[in-house]
Design a protein. Structure first.
Length: 77
């Protein structure tokens, strides 16, 4: 599936957090649009504190598995 938005690169601090929390596989299992939206959303924050808060939300949602941007989400079976 082609993305309609520009592809955002993953910042090192996001990659490190995914590895540290053991969530890389769950992140990679998400659809392309979700991964790109998370990265765009985190990177668009002007303050480091806001970036960290958004990163924490992403990590929490990945760990829960059924949430995307505070909305219920289910994987396709």
């Amino acid at each position: 599936m082609a993305l309609k938005r520009d592809l955002h690169p993953m910042p090192d601090f996001v990659r490190e957090a995914l590895l540290e929390h053991g969530l890389t596989g769950l992140y990679e299992a998400r659809p392309d649009y979700q991964r790109n939206d998370y990265l765009r959303w985190i990177a668009s924050a002007k303050r480091v504190e806001t970036q960290r808060k958004r990163l924490a939300q992403m990590l929490d949602e990945l760990a829960q598995g059924d949430v995307y941007m505070r909305m219920a989400w289910r994987t396709r079976s």
